[in-house]
Each structure stands twice: as C-alpha cells, then as structure tokens.
Design a protein around this ligand. Structure first.
Ligand code: NAD
Length: 300
C-alpha cells in the first residue's frame, strides 16, 4: 500500500518534525512547509459551472479542499449529481449549495451570481467550466449545431465572465475569473471544427478581457485540458469510433497512447490541480494566459 500523509496532518506536525530534523541534522526530503491560510483565504467563495460531474466536479471539490465555499452549478437534468457534490463539500466542512442555471442564458447566470453572493458572501472566483462537444464533419453541420455550440461554449463563458466581473468590480477587492478552453484552442481536431472554434474564442476573449480587467485587480485566465476521461470524451470516443469503424473505448486508448507524451489518459484531478493554482494567490501575477494541461500533446 502506498505511504500517504494527509497534508493537514503534515502541517500540524511541522513543529514536531522540526525537532526531529534538528536531532538528526537532516531534513527528510518529503517535508514541506504549509503556510497557515489567512482569514481572507479561509473565507473565499467560488462558483463552478457544469460541476455536477467530470472536470467541474473535480474543480469544485478541490476548491473546497483549498478553503473555498462553493456554489455548484449545472443544468436541471444534472441536479442530483450537483446535490451529491454539495454533500461532499459540506462533508469537508465548507459551505455549499447548488443552483441550476443554463449558462447560455444571461438572466439565469445573473440569477446564479446573485444567489451565490446571497448564500455564500462576496464572490472571489468564477470558474466558467460548463461546455458541450459534438463530433460532426464541418460539411454536415447545421446552423443549429453551430449556434448551440457557441451559445454554450462562448456566450456561456461571456455571460459568466461579464456577470462575475461586474459583481467583483462592485465589491472592489479584485478577483479571479477562469474559463475552460482546450488543447483544440491551439491545434484543432478534425470533425470537431465548431467545438475547436468555440475554444479558440474562449482563449481570445480571455486575453482581451484580462487586459480590460487589470485595472480592477481581476485576473482572467483559462485552462486547456487534453484528453480527459469524462462523459464528454465517452461521447467523442463513441462518435469518432462510429465514423472510423473503431470499437467503443478504442479511439481514446489509441489517442492516449499515440498522442500523449506521458502515456496515459488524463483524469479530472490533473486539471483541478492547475485550476487550484490559478484560483490561489500564487498566480496573482498571471493574467490572460491559457494553460495547457495535457500530458504533453501540444507544446506552447
Ligand atoms: P462533461 O460533459 O463531463 O461535463 C460538463 C458539464 O457541463 C455537465 O455536467 C453538463 O451538464 C454541464 N453543462 C453543459 N451545458 C451546460 C449549460 N448550458 N449550463 C450549465 N451547465 C452545462 O465535460 P468535461 O469533460 O467535464 O468538460 C468540462 C469542460 O472542460 C468543458 O468546457 C469542456 O469543453 C472542457 N474540456 C474537456 C476536455 C476533456 O477531455 N474532457 C478537454 C478539453 C476541454
């Protein structure tokens, strides 16, 4: 069984370990110093959209572990999943509640931000994570396919960015705004043209908005996952498989082994680790960036 130490117990043990290392005159290589969170860090709040499952769920749980109170958002069809995430967060001793809203609808996003502020307090971090994918050749796309992709992945991010920023400006203490891009914002995948275009849009909007928000001490960054084993990739795997005559599960295996330098499919926690950093004071001097977390598929 691997030897695991909970970070909290490590931190609590720091003074005892310091004594041990004086005695032996050697610092064991696994000792890390954990700074005690400030009151401000203990009372942070975040909204994570599309967080009933997948990457959003991992982000919501990680931010709760980092000391955030978290508003869990998703569409009504995923309410039960959202409620489970809320229970897990409460089990970690943080405040949480779920709020169902379609991010493509500006009024619903305004309701989401208002509810979060009224339930949890001032908004510190917005993670515009919700997104959809569709596998279809560009020549087969309907106008409705293209429209829905942009309504969720681009208008949805715009709705979250702008509504959160207005709230943060009113509060006057800066903030962190994050959006879900993808590696396809750097190098598109064939048969995912409208999805790829939507993620390029997120990357571009993140850069421009970062410049506009700098005077308000609000940083705006995006994260770009690679091939993460979530419901979204189940769909991509199945649809690409149908087109290329591959069995279910074979496409993601093939892409993972052929494209990813680190040789394994990503898990949501690979992404939430980076989002944790982008939501923490350690990233205060970063803005307008789209950070790739893909195990080494594309290189920026
Ligand atoms: P997922 O499909 O597992 O989860 C997405 C969540 O967003 C779902 O719970 C869904 O109900 C919710 N959602 C969809 N439309 C919504 C809307 N209009 N309003 C509110 N919620 C909505 O996907 P995932 O893999 O966890 O992806 C999360 C984000 O990361 C997406 O933006 C996706 O494009 C991006 N991404 C994923 C991958 C990957 O490999 N899975 C790679 C790159 C980028």
């Amino acid at each position: 069984m691997p030897f695991r130490i909970h970070p909290k117990s490590l931190w609590q043990a720091t003074s005892r370990l310091a004594t041990v290392s004086r005695v032996t005159n050697q610092t064991p290589h696994w000792i890390r110093q954990y700074a005690a969170p400030t009151m401000e860090q203990r009372n942070r709040t975040a909204i994570v959209t599309g967080s009933s499952r997948g990457i959003g769920k991992a982000i919501a749980l990680r931010l709760a572990q980092d000391g955030y109170d978290v508003c869990v958002n998703d569409v009504p069809a995923n309410k039960s999943g959202a409620e489970e995430v809320v229970s897990e967060i409460k089990g970690m001793g943080r405040k949480s509640f779920s709020y169902m809203a379609d991010v493509s609808n500006l009024q619903e996003v305004q309701g989401l931000v208002e509810a979060s502020v009224s339930e949890l307090g001032a908004l510190n971090t917005m993670v515009a994570n919700a997104g959809i994918a569709q596998v279809k050749a560009l020549l087969d796309l309907t106008e409705q396919d293209l429209r829905r992709m942009f309504e969720v992945n681009v208008y949805g991010v715009y709705n979250c960015y702008s509504t959160a920023a207005k709230q943060m400006i009113k509060q006057g203490n800066g903030g962190k705004i994050l959006g879900a891009a993808s590696i396809v914002a750097f190098k598109p995948f064939a048969l995912l043209s409208h999805y790829s275009a939507s993620k390029w849009a997120v990357r571009g909007m993140t850069q421009a908005f970062a410049m506009e928000m700098a005077t308000h001490k609000i940083t705006v960054n995006a994260y770009a996952p690679g091939i993460v084993g979530t419901a979204m990739w189940d769909l991509i795997d199945e649809e690409l498989g149908k087109m290329k005559g591959a069995k279910k599960g074979d496409t993601i295996k093939k892409y993972s082994s052929e494209l990813i330098a680190l040789g394994r499919t990503s898990v949501p926690e690979d992404v939430s680790n980076t989002v944790s950093f982008l939501s923490s004071p350690d990233s205060d001097y970063m803005t307008g960036q789209t950070i790739v977390i893909d195990g080494g598929i594309i290189f920026t």
